[in-house]
Design a protein around this ligand. Structure first.
Ligand SMILES: *Cc1c(COP(=O)(O)O)cnc(C)c1O
Length: 411
């Protein structure tokens, strides 16, 4: 007997038509027949609902930014520009995509290590805020501003002296390529102000993919306290503070959704009793996967069903070249199963234990390991959920000459 491994929780709100998983009122098989397989489907209604829930939970005065590296698909990005108060980018390429999709430059901020002169120049010319990651980057930005007679808009990304606890990916605390160490912040702000550039404030990002409200609340409190300390040292109020994000979504068995009401209530309290030096500061949080992750599903057709030494494999036409994270090869220590289903038999009961694999010639290409599924064969369609973030754009599409999956934003 093969031991069955659980799959992650399927996000709520998905419906069936004629027993099949339905997206935007269309059956999975119809979507694949029309648009091909493999296929990423994103649903506008799910994006809208998620943003509305978040706005209702968070303080009214808080800006909600979309970190577009989670999903830069142009139609989805355009939709998110309409929903979010700002767009956070992390490269010159994302700058071009954001502007082409209609983002207003004064609502765009640019973080990330290793910004090249050309990228700084484009950002300064466009008038977007640059989150400065190092002393050298600050020097280069000021020099480029002078050369083009443009006043750069510069915020300081701070490397905080704390971590977001329980965070899937640690981005702060200790020696880091991201952000400036705390003792460098005040002198750098003075340098920016003296050079006549526009100092926009702070960006403090302490981690990603946290499901614990208490951990996020603690980090936000530490972040506000650190910003207040730095502003006091500088002797000037920051116009803007980006508190980071880190809101996670459940991917794996046993994961519970983040309690955003609890987070929002605590943040409202925080913002209601700010020290004077931050009383006129505009606060923002930046989220990627929380906004778009659960809005997406990856559909891939089964092309072979085979047995090997007593185990059943469902071999699909997709794989890790589109779903690196679901395969367990994007920053995870132990491979666990993403939420998955046989989309074409969404309402059938599980009757067998199968491994769902991709079509790449590597043992890494596993979409679901020993999962309990209804009986499926060639032509059935597999759905991998939570595919709206870090899917298509964060996977090696050209590996083994496969090429990208189709993507579609549904109304
Ligand atoms: C990647 C990143 C984000 C988005 O992270 P999610 O886990 O998708 O919410 C936000 N801010 C910064 C600085 C990032 O690098």
């Amino acid at each position: 007997m093969i031991k069955t491994k659980a799959t992650g929780p399927i996000p709520t709100g998905f419906q069936a038509i004629d027993g099949e998983l339905a997206l935007g009122g269309q059956k999975a098989s119809a979507l694949v027949a029309e648009h091909g397989s493999p296929l990423f489907i994103y649903a506008k209604s799910r994006l809208d609902d998620r943003m509305a829930e978040l706005r209702a939970a968070m303080p009214d005065s808080l800006d909600l930014h979309y970190a577009m590296k989670a999903n830069p698909y142009a139609p989805l990005l355009r939709h998110m520009i309409g929903l979010a108060d700002g767009i956070d980018i992390a490269s010159g390429g994302e700058l071009r995509m954001a502007l082409a999709a209609g983002a207003a430059p004064d609502h765009v901020s640019f973080a990330g290590p290793g910004k090249q002169d050309e990228e700084l120049e484009q950002a300064i010319q466009a008038g977007v805020t640059i989150n400065i990651e190092s002393a050298g980057e600050c020097d280069r930005a000021l020099k480029i501003g002078k050369a083009f007679a443009k006043q750069p808009r510069l915020a300081i990304r701070v490397n905080p002296d704390f971590d977001l606890k329980g965070s899937g990916m640690k981005m702060g605390g200790g020696a880091k390529p991201f952000g400036m160490d705390i003792e460098l912040v005040a002198p750098t702000v003075r340098q920016i102000v003296e050079a006549g550039a526009d100092w926009r404030g702070f960006h403090i990002f302490a981690g990603s993919q946290a499901l614990s409200a208490d951990a996020i609340i603690e980090t936000q409190a530490q972040t506000v306290a650190l910003a207040a300390r730095l502003a006091t040292e500088i002797g000037q109020s920051p116009a803007h503070i980006n508190l980071g994000g880190g809101f996670g979504i459940p991917y794996f068995p046993g994961d519970d959704p983040l309690d955003i009401i609890k987070v929002g209530d605590a943040l409202s309290d925080q913002l209601a009793r700010l020290p004077d030096i931050l009383s006129s500061t505009q606060f923002a949080i930046e989220l990627g996967r929380y906004l778009v992750g659960e809005a997406g599903v990856y559909l891939t057709r089964i092309v072979d069903r085979k047995q090997s030494q007593g185990q059943t494999f469902l071999v699909t036409d997709g794989g890790l070249h589109h779903q690196l994270a679901a395969s367990g090869n994007f920053g995870t220590v132990v491979r666990r199963n993403y939420p998955a289903a046989i989309a074409s038999r969404f309402e059938e009961e599980p009757v067998e234990t199968v491994s769902i694999v991709g079509c790449l010639c590597t043992p890494l290409d596993r979409l679901s390991d020993n999962a309990a599924m209804p009986r499926a064969g060639v032509g059935d369609i597999v759905a991998i959920f939570c595919a709206g973030a870090y899917g298509a754009s964060a996977s090696p599409a050209n590996f083994l000459g496969q090429g990208p999956a189709a993507e579609l934003l549904l109304d």
